[in-house]
Design a binder for this molecule. Sequence first.
Ligand code: DSN
Length: 403
Amino acid sequence: MKTSELINQEEKRQLEEICLIASENHTSPGVRQALGSVLVNKYAEGYPGKRYYAGNKVVDLIEQRAIDLAKKIFGADHANVQPLSGAPANLAVYSAILEPGDTVLGMDLSHGGHLTHGHPVTLPAKLYKFIRYKTTSEGKIDYDQIATLAKKHKPKLILVGYSSYSRDIDYQRVQEIANQVGAITMADISHIAGLVAAKLLNNPVPLFDIITSTTHKTLRGPRGGIIMCKQKWAEQIDKAVFPGLQGGPHQNQIAALTVALEEAQSDNFKTYAEQILENSTALAIALEARDFKLAFNGTENHLMLIDLRNKNVGGLEVQLALEQAGIIANMNVIPDDPAKPTNPSGLRLGTPAITTRGMGEDEVRQIADWLEQIVSNINNVELIADVKKQTKDLALSFPPPLQ
Ligand code: DSN
C-alpha cells in the first residue's frame, strides 16, 4: 500500500473516532499547510540575523514573528521557538542552568508529573538529583511539602507543570518558596498552554524564571516546543538549544507555530478555550454521576483522571475496550498507584480534541454514558460493537475540524 493511502486511512480514522487523549488536538489547515511547505527545505542553524547559512532572509522574518507573538501572548521577556518538542525543551533548560549532580524538586510522576521531569528511566535522572513532592489526600499540590523539601534539600531548581494533574497551580506560592531557598523556578505548561494563552488559567510566565511548553496540545499548533524566560536566562537558554543540543531548526514547524500563535490571538480561540473547560467540567460531572471516582477530586482544566479501582477493571482493559468502541483515551497511573504502569488503575481523559470538532456538553454526556456502559460490560463484544456504530455516527455528524 502506498504511504499516501495510509495517510488517507489515518485521516478517516480521526474523523470516525472520538479522541479523548488529553494531549492531542486537530490542527487547522493553515498549520498543516505551513508544516508541508517549502520551509522544510531550508537549513538555518543559528538565530534570526545570526545564521550559519545564507538564504535565510524570509526564514528570519518567520522565526522572529513566532518569537514576537509568543512574547506578546504569554508576556515573556524572551522566547526560543526552536526546541523540536517538549522533551528536548526540558533537557535544554536543565543543561542551560544545572551542573551534573545538582538537585531539582519536581512532582512525583504518579501524582501528575512527567517523564521528562526526572523519571528514573530518563537521561536527566542520570545527570541530576531529583527529589519528589506529591499531592495531598484532597488532591491539591502539597505546597507545604514543597516548602519543607526545599528547605531540607536546597534544590537549584523547583519544577511545576504536569501531564495528568487536573488542577490549576499556585505559582505565587511556589515562587515564594523558591525565593526563600534561592532556587530557580521552572513551569512546564505543555498541557495548558492554550488555556493560559486564552487567560483562563493562571499564567506563570511573568512570575517564573523559565517556562517550557509543547505547542501541539491545547495550543493547537504543530508538534514542537518553546522555551520562554526572563531576560537574565536568555543567552544561556539559546546557547543550550543551539548549538548545545540541536542542529538546524525545523523552519516548517516554526512557521506552523507562527500560524497557530496568530490563531491563538483570535476571539474564536478564546471561545474555543472556554468551551474546552465547559466540556471538561460537564464530563467530570457526568462521570461522577455515574459513580466514577476522579483523582485530584475533579478538574479545573482540560483533563481528568479516572480512578478505576471501584470498577474492578484495569486502565489497559478499559483503553482497549474503548478503542474497540471508537473512543480513544489512554491508561494512566493514579497517585501512588498500587498497580503496574503497564495496566495502571487510571484512565486519563481530555476535551481539547472533541471541542475542536465542535462537540459540546450534550455530546460529552453521551460519551459519559458510553464510558459507563463499556466499563460495566468490559467483555461484552456485542455491546462494544453497538457502541462503535454509535460513536462513528456521532463523530461523522460533525464536520471535519477547522476546514
Ligand atoms: N505524551 C504527552 C502526554 O500525553 O501528556 C506528554 O509528553
